[in-house]
Design a protein. Structure first.
Length: 174
């Protein structure tokens, strides 16, 4: 990936939209994945949007432009973040997965997390499989209502009528 061209193009796209970016930090995460964290204090909420929807759309657009302009190769992946918003969301999702996993380990009851994007579901599946070998996960639902179910390995989950207390179910909006 041509990092300098990528940063210049991002800077131009953001300025064309009438927004101001203070700096762009780039992290090579290995295996062809590059993370761009846009530092833009005052305009951050505009680019992030409601629950990250604008940021996700902007990322999709930027990936396409990068490929068309030859800035990144087909196998490379581009992740955009604004003022570490996505990084914080990842930490929140993993904290919730840990909390729910502990609930399953302690009670033997399964737990269903709130609906989330494919990226966050994959993150939960990987995290639980690596950190809690005694648990398994599966995705449930359709479309935007897909969620992750955490349960004891071997199918010995006790069905819970309310699954989780309401305050735990509604603690995270992804």
């Amino acid at each position: 990936m041509d990092i300098d061209k990528a940063k210049d193009l991002l800077q131009n796209l953001i300025q064309t939209a009438g927004l101001k970016v203070d700096s762009i930090d780039v992290e090579d995460r290995g295996e062809g994945e590059f993370s761009f964290n846009l530092r833009m204090k005052e305009d951050a909420p505009v680019l992030i949007g409601r629950r990250g929807d604008c940021l996700a759309s902007f990322q999709h657009l930027v990936k396409g432009i990068f490929r068309l302009q030859g800035i990144c190769a087909e196998g490379e992946n581009v992740r955009l973040d604004v003022d570490s918003y996505r990084s914080q969301q990842e930490q929140n999702v993993l904290a919730l997965a840990d909390k729910r996993s502990q609930f399953v380990v302690e009670t033997g009851k399964h737990s269903v997390l709130p609906p989330m994007s494919p990226f966050f579901r994959r993150l939960v599946h990987l995290h639980v499989s690596q950190k809690y070998p005694e648990l398994v996960t599966e995705s449930l639902g359709v479309g935007t209502d897909r969620a992750v179910k955490i349960m004891p390995a071997g199918g010995s989950a006790v069905a819970a009528s309310s699954d989780m207390p309401d305050e735990l179910y509604h603690e995270l909006e992804i």
